[in-house]
Design a protein around this ligand. Structure first.
Ligand code: GLC
Length: 478
């Protein structure tokens, strides 16, 4: 690299850091998070709040840079916002939830934190992912500081326990996956992702693994057992039923429907005509594959969702072969999945009647815009982490090069529109915090792969695998 280029990159990083510093939110004089965006040109709506999912990108970056205090404060304050009692009022957040976002407000000279559990959010969506991200960030904090004492504090142990109780509660359905309403995660608007969307399952798996590492067994034996039971079946279920590659597509293509009973091959009764199998036949590279967006009764959502697939690699939910195949797919379908800005949140977009029916004619989610096929720079750090985990660093380097050529000049937009991500998002905020942090964090992970364990999980140990195999055999053969 030329000296001139190096100087340009350094100045870009400095500017990004300066912009990030400005987003830090203070509460009672302590840094407790970052606001979602600092765009002075548009109505802030709730972008002046600290979103739990958005802060994870900045939080991990701060941890890498040794600024552990802000992450600790964030974890402590958000834990205080978690409801500890069962609510009689059905409109109130349930016990164990972590809010979508919060902000500091003053009343009569007293400062306090006001949380939004979705009760103020557009469409009143439930932030199921918040408690999962909170667990993931707590694990990152422990990995970075090598200090378990925060997680072992009684209030943290109780908070983890409540999150696990909420996630592992007995429900009506009998899948190991988590059943959630539409818009329960990063895609927090209606997009046909109700049921068992991949993003939630990947985060759920990572959160279960984090909780398993951090919960003290003494006094929590029931929950620890429940986690140990759930992890292997969830993993086996996703690896088997969500996986799509040419071999699976062939099997699905010849599925019969309406099979009753234990011997059913087409267990979810997928009607082949509901799948875009001609497109997939053309699109799927021989060596590529990915995890489907959603699986449920007569439903196989074949859209590629980036966050769910990348987090499945990072959390070890996808097998090693599957992880390589996902990276192969990204490499071979680079123009579709990365294009001119890493990376596409979902591919392909919903169009025409599907767009109208599924989004409810949402003008923000028109085809190839925002959640419906837009490109989101924040996903870059997950791409970088997945690339380090699978030893495919070149892919992340290429993505970073594309992003850093544009992001600063474009003033760090929240998202991009268009099939290739060439247009700055129609309603995108500028100076979006997780865009800035996404680039900086991706660079940190590539330059310093030893930081990967902050976010990633290793394959199960031999003992865990043998226990897991028993579960897999039990659950599929009986
Ligand atoms: C939008 C995104 C959501 C994000 C929030 C704040 O609502 O869909 O994922 O957390 O903005 O950036």
């Amino acid at each position: 690299m030329q000296l001139e280029d190096l100087v340009t990159i350094k100045s870009l990083e400095n500017e990004a850091w300066e912009a990030l510093e400005k987003t830090i939110m203070y509460y009672q004089g302590r840094p407790v998070g970052t606001v979602a965006a600092l765009d002075g040109t548009v109505d802030a709506l709730n972008y002046d709040q600290c979103f739990i999912r958005d802060f994870v990108s900045s939080g991990i970056l701060f941890l890498i840079k040794g600024r552990t205090d802000i992450v600790r404060n964030f974890l402590e304050e958000t834990l205080k916002l978690q409801p500890k009692e069962n609510q009689l009022d059905a409109y109130k957040p349930g016990r164990g939830m972590i809010p979508a976002s919060f902000k500091a407000v003053s009343l009569n000279g007293e400062e306090y934190l006001e949380a939004d559990f979705g009760e103020h959010a557009i469409a009143r969506v439930t932030p199921v992912d918040s408690c999962l991200w909170w667990m993931i960030l707590l694990k990152a904090y422990v990995a970075a500081t090598k200090d378990y004492s925060l997680a072992y504090q009684p209030d943290f142990q109780y908070g983890i326990k409540l999150i696990m109780e909420l996630c592992l509660a007995t429900r009506f359905d009998m899948y190991p996956t988590l059943l959630v309403p539409d818009g329960a995660c990063m895609i927090d608007r209606r997009l046909g992702i109700y049921g068992h969307p991949l993003e939630i399952q990947s985060l759920f798996y990572a959160a279960l693994r984090a909780a398993r590492d951090l919960l003290i067994c003494n006094g929590n034996q029931d929950i620890v057992n429940a986690i140990d039971n759930r992890l292997p079946v969830l993993r086996a279920h996703i690896r088997k039923h969500y996986w799509i590659d040419l071999a699976r597509l062939n099997a699905i293509y010849r599925y019969k429907g309406e099979e009753y009973g234990k011997g059913a091959v087409n267990q979810f009764n997928i009607y082949v005509d509901s799948l875009p199998y001609y497109e997939l036949d053309r699109w799927l590279p021989k060596t590529g594959g990915y995890l489907a967006g959603n699986v449920g009764p007569s439903q196989l959502d074949t859209r590629f969702f980036a966050l769910g697939n990348l987090m499945a690699i990072i959390s070890d939910l996808a097998s090693e072969e599957q992880s390589q195949a996902i990276m192969n797919l990204i490499e071979k379908r680079w123009q579709d999945l990365v294009g001119d800005m890493p990376m596409k949140i979902v591919f392909p977009a919903l169009e025409n009647e599907e767009y109208r029916m599924i989004t409810g004619c949402d003008p923000k989610n028109i085809p190839w815009s925002y959640h419906n096929g837009g490109n989101w720079p924040v996903l870059m750090w997950m791409l970088a982490a997945a690339a380090v985990k699978t030893n495919r660093i070149c892919l992340a380097e290429k993505a970073i090069e594309i992003a850093q050529a544009r992001l600063r000049d474009d003033e760090w937009p929240e998202y991009y529109d268009g099939k290739k991500g060439r247009l700055i998002g129609k309603q995108a905020r500028k100076y979006q915090t997780w865009t800035i942090a996404g680039l900086l964090l991706a660079k940190e992970l590539i330059n310093n792969p030893s930081m990967l364990p902050l976010v990633s999980f290793e394959p199960f140990t031999a003992e865990q695998v043998s226990r897991a195999c028993e579960f897999e055999i039990d659950s599929f053969d009986s």
